[in-house]
Design a protein around this ligand. Structure first.
Ligand SMILES: Cc1cc2nc3c(=O)[nH]c(=O)nc-3n(C[C@H](O)[C@H](O)[C@H](O)COP(=O)(O)OP(=O)(O)OC[C@H]3O[C@@H](n4cnc5c(N)ncnc54)[C@H](O)[C@@H]3O)c2cc1C
Length: 359
């Protein structure tokens, strides 16, 4: 059995825990399946809490060109509500953010192996794609959306699962100005699409949608977005007439959280808790889970895992519940979406919701 912590996955959770562990004097090994950092399907919104955590990790998001985000705008039918965020957030592509975090992990002293996957795990053992077997005392599972054979999250029992879609829209200055310094959420029956300006001057349009709604659009993301734009002139004005092909991911287990841990296994990020994406706090949870896990490991080593997992489950309970309620109301029907947008217009309501959905 090896004392060096093994981290599987080099997304925000895996890179962040690698930095914390290396700073604490460990020499963690991080395995990332991708040779080149991709642009993960994500809304790209960094909340003010996420920004504080990135600062702790010495990530200079202004130096990376992040777009400042000061307000949230909600749209349902012809209703619009705009509110200031409790504090400044930011828009940054995942390619830029994930690259910076993984580089920082290497600089901090973590050993980073790229282009190698974990194939399967059993208690205390992990088989890698290069044919080797690792036997770490402490395994940090940060594979995000992908489950690792042997350590899966429970299968979703949702008969109509939610999918993630993303379009990167090249826009002219006028359309960019419409989005400006806001995170914009357009609510529809069965799903939503969020718009955000990123550092490359493009609009990142990211959607979560029930499979049945996509099926009604012949299974074609472009058709779905075009239909949503037909129903919302404000959305149409922003996306223009050319809709590029979408990236897509399968069933996202929104609302799931790991409540019981096992010695030696630290579940991080989406492998620990999956917040509805319209809250824009998934990366916050990824980074917070990394901080908590590294602190627990420093205190008690591999035996710190169960208490860590329970503490994280407690910390994520409220944000997941509040985000789940907002999602329910915002995407159940056109009427409930209009109601949500009207409620968000009440003094202080949107800011309160923004606060309650943070970890
Ligand atoms: C539609 C949508 C919109 C979202 N919008 C936002 C938003 O605006 N703001 C926000 O904060 N959050 C948002 N999120 C959530 C956010 O994307 C996730 O919570 C976050 O990416 C979780 O980080 P992670 O490090 O746990 O996992 P990931 O980011 O998924 O990283 C996992 C890493 O592990 C690697 N990996 C996977 N399997 C293996 C393996 N077997 N071996 C080796 N490596 C492996 C992958 O290549 C990847 O690099 C959104 C999510 C969705 C679905």
């Amino acid at each position: 059995m090896s004392d060096a912590p093994l981290i599987i996955g080099g997304g925000p959770a895996g890179s962040a825990v690698a930095i914390h562990l290396a700073r604490a004097g460990a020499r963690p090994l991080l395995i990332e399946r991708q040779v080149e950092t991709g642009d993960a399907l994500c809304g790209g919104f960094l909340s003010w809490r996420t920004l504080a955590r990135l600062d702790d990790l010495s990530i200079d998001i202004n130096g990376l060109g992040a777009q400042p985000i000061h307000r949230v705008r909600l749209f349902a039918r012809d209703r619009i509500t705009e509110a200031k965020l409790p504090a400044q957030g930011a828009g940054l592509s995942r390619k830029t953010l994930d690259s910076a975090l993984l580089e920082a992990a290497g600089r901090a002293g973590a050993q980073v192996l790229r282009g190698i996957s974990a194939i399967e795990a059993a208690p205390g053992r992990v088989r890698l794609s290069d044919g080797t077997m690792r036997e770490p005392a402490s395994l940090f599972l940060a594979t995000g959306k992908r489950d690792l054979r042997g350590l899966p999250r429970p299968a979703s029992r949702d008969a109509d699962p939610e999918l993630g879609l993303r379009w990167r829209l090249s826009v002219d200055g006028n359309r960019a100005a419409l989005v400006g310094d806001a995170i914009e959420l357009f609510l529809f029956e069965g799903g939503y699409v969020g718009l955000l300006m990123q550092e490359d001057g493009r609009i990142n349009a990211c959607a979560a949608v029930r499979k049945s709604r996509l099926a009604e659009a012949d299974g074609r993301p472009e058709t779905l977005l075009a239909r949503w734009a037909d129903a919302s002139p404000a959305l149409a004005a922003r996306i223009g007439s050319v809709i590029p092909p979408a990236d897509a991911i399968g069933a996202v287990p929104y609302g799931w959280r790991c409540r019981v841990g096992a010695p030696g296994l630290f579940r991080l990020g989406d492998q620990a808790a999956v917040i509805p994406s319209l809250a824009g706090e998934g990366m916050g949870i990824a980074l917070a889970s990394a901080t908590l896990a590294a602190a627990a490991w420093q205190r008690k080593g591999a035996n710190g895992a169960p208490a860590f997992q329970q503490a994280l489950a407690r910390a994520t309970a409220r944000p997941l519940a509040v985000a789940g309620l907002i999602k329910q109301l915002g995407t159940r029907s056109a009427q409930t979406a209009s109601l949500l947008v009207a409620l968000a217009g009440l003094p202080g309501a949107a800011r309160l919701a923004a606060r309650l959905t943070r970890i």
